[in-house]
Write a protein that binds this ligand. Structure first.
Ligand code: SF4
Length: 371
């Protein structure tokens, strides 16, 4: 039996059973999880999935599930799935009273900023992010003093305090577009782009705008190196290698395509390569498999995000059952931060997803790194 530290949750978990009704109710979800979940695992997961979906209906709640959630969450209980930008858009327009964030803390804060009237829950308060914790609002205020008059573009992987000091947020799906918009609006030829150094370096190669960058990094993507790509190409010469722009530039240079998690998923479903490597978090490949079809083989390497993996089916169930852990953001911070997030949401969608791999289009402009 599954256990939590809460007797109410334990009692509810103990009452869950894999009955023929539950099996029938969840059969379509099981079909999407083919090959990702064993029959034994499914006997535990199916009752939890059914119970979560029932609680969502009873409480008027939705689960926003990031692409890095495990497949049982992504396919089983996610009402909206996608990258940070897509989930932020859904948080803003959802009619639900309760949002359960299938993702990390900064994503839950972003939901609260966009929907302050809703209750936003995160199943595990320890689900942080190395990028978001690399920069504080106070540090950003000091950076702004050093570069007066320049717009601040912050990656959405930041705390609410940082967003409150930001002019416009971006994600990897629209970072180049946002940087160019900010430079034009402010009438300048340089912008501050924080906190991800590697994203900043990869953006700098796609634009003439000067980039002032910070030394933050994603602990999942910074661990990849060019040798990983060389090794996989040696072992699988025909494999297509897709990378995420939080990876170091030499990794991106060795990939065939680089884009946001949604851009990577679109690439696989549209091009259906026989063998593909996703240089990103491991659950991406598991979640894309269902839409990619049987003809696509996903190869390693990939890295796990320990923060994303703190979110589990049991945690989501307990969260909805006991209404924990509610994510709150100071009203004054929400007021300031909403402008920067809303500007990002209001950017017109690009005709094609942002790409960072067009070698011929590179401008080879280096970034100015804030010391
Ligand atoms: S994958 Fe990287 S950026 Fe995303 S939550 Fe994990 S540490 Fe943060």
């Amino acid at each position: 039996m599954l256990h939590s530290k809460n007797p109410i949750v334990d009692e509810a978990l103990g009452a869950l059973a894999f009955t023929p009704d539950i099996e029938a109710e969840t059969s379509e979800i099981y079909a999407r999880l083919k090959g990702k979940v064993s029959a034994i695992e499914w006997q535990i997961q199916a009752p939890l999935i059914a119970a979560i979906n029932r609680l969502k209906r009873e409480k008027n709640a939705v689960v926003l599930a990031h692409n890095y959630m495990t497949p049982d969450i992504f396919h089983g209980v996610g009402d909206y799935v996608g990258d940070s930008l897509g989930l932020a858009r859904e948080a803003a327009k959802s009619d639900a009273k309760i949002i359960v964030q299938g993702g990390v803390h900064f994503m839950a804060e972003t939901s609260k900023i966009l929907a302050p009237e809703k209750t936003v829950l995160i199943p595990d308060l320890r689900a942080g992010c190395s990028l978001a914790s690399s920069l504080t609002g106070e540090q950003l205020r000091l950076i702004k003093q050093r570069y007066p008059g320049l717009p601040v573009v912050s990656y959405v992987n930041t705390t609410a305090d940082v967003k409150a000091e930001t002019d416009i947020c971006c994600t990897s799906a629209n970072a180049v577009q946002v940087v160019e918009w900010a430079a034009k609006e402010w009438g300048v030829d340089r912008v501050i782009l924080v906190p991800d150094e590697f994203l900043a370096r990869n953006v700098a190669r796609q634009t003439h705008i000067g980039i002032i960058a910070y030394r933050g990094a994603c602990e999942v993507h910074e661990r990849f190196n060019a040798q990983d790509i060389a090794d996989v190409r040696a072992a699988h010469p025909n494999a297509v290698v897709l990378g995420h722009p939080e990876c170091p530039p030499d990794v991106i240079a060795a990939c065939d395509f680089t884009g946001s998690t949604t851009a990577m998923a679109d690439y696989v479903t549209q091009n259906k390569p026989k063998q593909v490597v996703l240089i990103t978090e491991c659950s991406m490949a598991d979640n894309v498999t269902a839409d990619a079809g049987d003809g696509v083989e996903f190869l390693r390497p990939c890295n796990l995000c320990p923060h994303m993996k703190r979110i589990t089916l049991e945690g989501i169930y307990a969260s909805l059952l006991t209404m924990t852990h509610e994510v709150t953001v100071d009203a004054a911070i929400i007021d300031k931060a909403r402008l920067s997030v809303q500007r990002m949401i209001d950017m017109p969608p690009t005709a094609t997803p942002a790409r960072y791999d067009m070698i011929k289009a590179r401008h080879h402009v280096d970034v100015e790194l804030i010391s």
